[in-house]
Design a protein around this ligand. Structure first.
Ligand code: NOJ
Length: 533
């Protein structure tokens, strides 16, 4: 096929932003504090947009900023259509949205459908009495004759998934914390209200949502007990000791996703990204049978894969093969719930990992701080904030290590706050944005160069994926668009290795390589190379 520049331009120009762009996740408590209370806020985010423009991302997704008692740091919402005062006001939100749009960026919010806070007025009513009109907005069941919960389900944060309500003498379902009662989406009024929440924010100009814990949205609580997971190990946490056959990925849940999509389709150019952990088979179902589900069901495979070339090659091929016809892929390297990539893969692999994320086929999501190569922080016992770590201590489930404040500059509070940060700072020397901006070889400058290249080379965005080879810890693949072939070589090892590739070197993670190097015959330890032919 011959390469036609004009065709290519048309193709790229008409491709949706959520296919061509990069999503950047902001954990708002830890991005930038503007008022000295030690907690990040909306005005803080607005003051840091230049960083995102310099980086070259297209969209920002902000974890929940709605009113919340903060038991789960915002994933416990007490009012879906307002802004938590810690983060600012609706006016601050509008100002942020305008500032984001003025820079040509998109703004995504976090929609948390599966549960509210127990402080939400709906739940307050629901628990007021058994005959309250909102009783069935949540999921209530009688105790078994011996007083125990209606089934054996374990909550995601450990302990029973049922909470006893003394006043009305029933259990309610709480899939995460007890203070996060599960909403009953099978109730038509709940459905209507929650879909209206999407409309509220779409009307206010948001460009889309990341939809939280969507696989839990329609549990079939009368289905019975969950069977034990035969391959469970303690480090997986108590919830994974069962297979959630009735709790997760239920038929009704897919129908609900479709309805969310119908709401979003009524607005131009919006996107829905779903958070659904599971095997590829489950994840693919969230695209919808006629691609009428999520635009992008998050692909978390890189979060779980052992960090070696062969595993990753295999997983990439499996994912590519599992994608339904016409579905657009995506890749996630980190988020606010999982150990950072620099800790999972080792700091030396940070640039290899970034290259993988930004050159595989599909929309990449970057988690704040990963562009600096940050690793997990050590959180002293008395500084622990995460409720999961508090409920299931000591086995590494805690998420505080990946939620520490963004280091912007050298100094005691790293430019994040003038007060005392809500979590200890983790800013190893030279890890901050200002220092890395001035350091030619930094992980940050490598991200910037890589993203510039992604923007300049349509093959890296819309080109086909093809494995070339995977041996000796070196993974080589191509992205192909028309006559354009870009070859990506990743060395997962700490040793120099021979490579057999053709083309002109256009990017190396080692800045000491010059343009004069031509086609390299070897790849250095922990090196990432991109060639073009
Ligand atoms: C997934 C979110 O990413 C996590 O942070 C939260 O605790 C749970 N869902 C519950 O909403």
């Amino acid at each position: 096929m011959s390469f036609d520049q004009a065709d290519l331009k048309t193709q790229t120009a008409t491709t949706e932003w959520w296919k061509t762009g990069i999503v950047y996740q902001i954990y708002p408590r830890s991005y930038q504090d503007s008022n000295g209370d030690g907690i990040g806020d909306l005005r803080g985010i607005a003051s840091r947009l230049d960083h995102l423009v310099d980086l070259g991302v297209e969209a920002i997704w902000i974890s929940p900023v709605f009113p919340s008692p903060m038991d789960d740091f915002g994933y416990d919402i007490s009012d879906y259509c307002n802004i938590e005062p810690i983060f600012g006001t609706l006016e601050d939100f509008d100002a942020l949205r305008e500032a984001v749009h003025a820079r040509g960026l998109k703004l995504l919010l976090d929609f948390v459908p599966s549960h509210s806070s127990d402080q939400h007025p709906w739940f307050q009513e629901s628990r007021a009495s058994r005959d309250n009109p909102k009783r069935d907005w949540y999921i209530w069941r009688d105790a078994k004759p011996d007083g125990s919960p209606p089934n054996n389900w374990i909550s995601e944060f450990g302990g029973p998934a049922w909470t006893w309500d003394e006043a009305t003498g029933q259990y309610y379902l709480s899939i995460f914390l007890s203070s996060q009662p599960a909403l009953n989406w099978r109730h038509p009024e709940v459905r209507a209200e929650m879909l209206n929440v999407l409309r509220f924010w779409f009307e206010r100009g948001v460009d889309g949502f990341r939809v939280d814990a969507v696989s839990h949205v329609a549990p079939f609580v009368d289905g019975g007990d969950h069977p034990a997971n035969p391959i469970w190990e303690e480090h997986m946490g108590p919830a994974r000791s069962q297979i959630h056959i009735h709790g997760m990925h239920q038929e009704e849940g897919f129908q609900i996703v479709k309805e969310m999509r119908q709401v979003s389709d009524a607005y131009p150019d919006r996107v829905l990204i779903g958070e659904a952990y599971g095997g590829f088979e489950d994840v693919m179902r969230y695209y919808g049978e006629s691609l009428d589900g999520f635009h992008l069901p998050f692909n978390f495979a890189l979060l779980h894969s052992p960090w070696n070339a062969e595993h990753i090659r295999h997983m990439v091929e499996e994912y590519e093969a599992a994608l339904p016809e016409g579905a657009w892929p995506n890749w996630v390297l980190g988020n606010h719930d999982r150990s950072r990539i620099a800790s999972r893969a080792g700091r030396a692999q940070a640039k290899v990992a970034a290259t993988l994320l930004l050159t595989l086929r599909g929309t990449p999501t970057i988690y704040q701080g990963d562009e600096l190569g940050l690793d997990d922080a050590h959180i002293p016992h008395d500084a622990v904030q995460d409720p999961w770590e508090k409920q299931v201590p000591g086995i590494g489930l805690g998420r505080d290590p990946v939620r520490t404040p963004m280091p912007w500059e050298p100094g005691p509070t790293a430019g994040f706050t003038t007060g005392t940060p809500w979590l200890p700072l983790h800013a190893p020397q030279g890890a901050d944005v200002a220092t890395q901006s001035g350091a030619k070889n930094s992980v940050l400058n490598f991200h910037r160069a890589l993203i510039r290249l992604r923007r300049a080379e349509p093959a890296l965005v819309t080109g086909a994926y093809r494995t070339v080879s995977c041996q000796n810890d070196v993974y080589v693949y191509e992205r192909v668009l028309g006559d354009d072939v870009l070859t990506i070589c990743l060395n997962f090892s700490g040793e120099e290795k021979p490579i057999n590739v053709s083309g002109r070197l256009i990017l190396s993670s080692r800045s000491e390589r010059g343009d004069a190097d031509g086609t390299p015959a070897t790849i250095a330890s922990h090196e990432a190379l991109i060639l073009k032919r």
